[in-house]
Design a binder for this molecule. Structure first.
Ligand SMILES: Cc1cc2nc3c(=O)[nH]c(=O)nc-3n(C[C@H](O)[C@H](O)[C@H](O)COP(=O)(O)OP(=O)(O)OC[C@H]3O[C@@H](n4cnc5c(N)ncnc54)[C@H](O)[C@@H]3O)c2cc1C
Length: 401
């Protein structure tokens, strides 16, 4: 049974209850007709599913004012409270509405521009993110700079009123569909580590950029190599001061573990309930070890929900940076390990038939098993999260460099 309490604490205020009813009613009226078939589609590892139709759905949401809820009204948002945003994501997930195609823009780039951008940048880019007319990708990782992001070597040099960008990014999710990239580039020649970096906004559709998709274990290609060969962007499209890109880039990462993770747990609960139904049908649930793993998975879900809500509350309260970093890392570790464990449980429930698959023709459990291996890597690997907890929160000695 999927247990989804109404609100973070179990009780909505009158205003919140009204807001919840509005969201529920709108979704039940609109997730119909041509949008009905989109239920449950998309998400990590499944971004290829009905992409054009989900883009249309995102724009439909936007036209009704259901994107970028927490943004200030003057930038097209609703100035929704934290509780309202949580409610929206809960109801959205309960309705099994499709995963959003515009999440990089809405959840990463938009909040970064609101926090660090100039008024001109906000006026130029926020409307396109809110209306889902411009899609974004995140150009951080490079072949030699992943966990160690400060090792970025992609360069940008000023040439008149433009930046000229050279180098390579990798694992860039949805770059093949994006109109814009926010990229961390080295703009001060000879600079080292987190000094001399700048956060540039770069148009993707130009001759100086080549995007090469990387096929994953699942047989689909959602992330890419991105090559910059004298690519250009305007001089004023640097967020924050030139050379101060590290601070801005870290700001974006704090938004990455945001409110949408509350909806994620409802989707996880649905996956677990569906897998339990498979285990009941094929008899796997009669195995006490499997049954025990299901029990543990249900308990794990409650634990990670509690942590996610605590992390969210902290992000909007005045907690010190050390506590916030520790909570975010614990949340990431919890959900990533939980979900990867669900993929492993799925394989054990399927038994030998689960081992039979044709490339590119996987059932949902095989896809889950293969893609969830990535959960403990993207957004900061398990090892990196443990380093953060041990060094910054527990005060253990820093690792040797
Ligand atoms: C599905 C997916 C989508 C992604 N999307 C994007 C995207 O859109 N944009 C983007 O910029 N990046 C993206 N990434 C890249 C992601 O951020 C990196 O994969 C991640 O930061 C790890 O970097 P790496 O792959 O270079 O591995 P490495 O950093 O080389 O790590 C290799 C291994 O060493 C371990 N390790 C590294 N450093 C330490 C240490 N100090 N102590 C202990 N262990 C360590 C790691 O945990 C890992 O197990 C995506 C990755 C995946 C899997």
């Amino acid at each position: 049974m999927i247990q989804t309490p109404d609100s973070a604490t179990g009780t909505d205020t009158t205003d919140d209850a009204r807001f919840r009813a509005d969201v529920r009613e709108w979704l039940s009226e609109n997730l119909n007709g041509r949008f009905r078939e989109l239920r449950g589609l998309g998400g990590p590892g499944r971004e290829h599913e009905a992409f054009d139709e989900r883009l249309e759905w995102d724009r439909h949401l936007a036209a009704a004012g259901w994107t970028c809820l927490g943004w200030p009204k003057r930038y097209g948002g609703r100035a929704a409270t934290l509780r309202q945003q949580v409610i929206f994501h809960e109801e959205y997930a309960k309705a099994n509405a499709p995963s959003r195609v515009s999440h990089v823009g809405e959840e990463l780039c938009g909040p970064t521009l609101l926090a660090f951008g100039t008024e001109e940048q906000k006026q130029r880019f926020l409307p396109g993110i809110r209306a889902v007319t411009e899609l974004w990708c995140q150009g951080y990782s490079e072949p030699g700079a992943g966990s160690d992001l400060a090792a970025v070597t992609t360069t940008a040099r000023r040439d008149g009123d433009e930046w000229v960008v050279n180098g390579q990014k990798i694992w860039t999710s949805l770059a093949h569909l994006a109109d814009w990239c926010f990229a961390l580039c080295r703009t001060e020649p000879g600079s080292r580590r987190h000094h001399g970096l700048s956060y540039l906004l770069i148009p993707m559709k130009q001759p100086g950029i080549e995007v090469r998709p990387i096929v994953q274990l699942t047989g689909t290609a959602e992330f890419n190599e991105v090559f910059f060969d004298n690519a250009r962007t305007a001089a004023d499209l640097v967020v924050g001061a030139p050379g101060d890109g590290w601070r801005v880039a870290m700001g974006t990462l704090t938004f990455e573990r945001g409110i949408s993770t509350v909806g994620q747990q409802i989707r996880f609960a649905r996956e677990l309930a569906n897998l339990e139904a498979v285990a009941r049908d094929n008899g796997a649930l009669e195995n006490p070890v499997i049954a025990d793993r299901f029990d543990q998975a249900w308990v794990g879900l409650r634990v990670l929900r509690a942590h996610a809500l605590r992390t969210l509350a902290s992000a909007h309260a005045d907690v010190d940076a050390r506590t916030a970093a520790g909570q975010a890392s614990v949340s990431k570790l919890l959900w990533a390990n939980w979900h990867r464990g669900l993929g492993e449980l799925a394989m054990d429930v399927l038994g030998a038939p689960g081992l039979i698959a044709m490339p590119g023709d996987l059932n949902e459990w095989q896809r889950l098993f293969l893609f969830s291996r990535a959960d403990t890597i993207y957004g900061g690997s398990n090892e990196v999260q443990r380093n953060i907890i041990s060094e910054r929160v527990l005060g253990l000695p820093r690792e040797a460099r």
